[in-house]
Write a protein that binds this ligand. Structure first.
Ligand SMILES: CC(C)(COP(=O)(O)OP(=O)(O)OC[C@H]1O[C@@H](n2cnc3c(N)ncnc32)[C@H](O)[C@@H]1OP(=O)(O)O)[C@@H](O)C(=O)NCCC(=O)NCCS
Length: 180
């Protein structure tokens, strides 16, 4: 069956939340594959690893007639050692980049969720082209490192800038940017 997405039904809201339903978890996995295997070629075959066994998948979901439609953004977070959390696999679908501030909202949910669970240090390996974006969101560079042949910057979030999110499964709604 072909599912049409008539423009008239596309609504400007995005849902930012912890993925709990299987279609959300599958949508996040699919978006990661499209981004890190197909688009960027950072991984060959698949980008799954042992961290996925315990990481929390967070998603941004587009809406159709104000109902959840498809996963268009994702990030995962996990606690590595007590109080030390990592974020990773941040991806927004190409058609939605710089459309709804989905990257920013996913980072806010990621760090806020960890903050509420006792995080005292939140880290990420950030691709070099995205360092400026993270700096503008109150992250500091810790040091450069090479991952799978690609240069990354290890960065740390300023937790004071990220209030705790106690109910990530509920999440929040975020709006498409207004046309300039
Ligand atoms: C990086 C990525 C997640 C950003 O998502 P996004 O939804 O487009 O980001 P946002 O719309 O929330 O942008 C937030 C701000 O950062 C800016 N920004 C976005 N990407 C940027 C970049 N690479 N460098 C500098 N600024 C950037 C935006 O212009 C915006 O600034 P503004 O509010 O002043 O307009 C997305 O481009 C992506 O998925 N890229 C491919 C995968 C990837 O690189 N993942 C990250 C691995 S570290």
């Amino acid at each position: 069956m072909i599912i049409e997405r008539p423009a008239a039904f596309v609504t400007p809201e995005f849902l930012i939340r912890l993925a709990t339903e299987s279609w959300e978890i599958g949508g996040a996995a699919s978006l990661r594959h499209r981004t890190f295997v197909t688009e960027q070629g950072i991984f060959e075959g698949h980008d799954r690893d042992v961290t996925d066994r315990h990481a929390l998948p967070l998603v941004a979901i587009s809406t159709m007639a104000s109902e959840a439609d498809e996963v268009v953004g994702t990030v995962r977070i996990h606690e590595d050692t007590p109080g030390v959390w990592w974020g990773g696999r941040l991806a927004v679908a190409p058609a939605y980049r710089r459309v709804g501030r989905l990257g920013v909202e996913l980072i806010r949910l990621a760090v806020g969720t960890a903050h509420a669970r006792g995080c005292h240090t939140f880290l990420a390996h950030v691709q070099m082209q995205n360092v400026a974006m993270f700096e503008s969101l109150e992250w500091q560079s810790v040091g450069e490192t090479d991952l799978r042949g690609h240069p990354h910057m290890k960065m740390q979030a300023n937790l004071a800038a990220y209030p705790s999110v106690t109910d990530p499964a509920r999440g929040w709604m975020s709006l498409r940017r207004r046309a300039a």
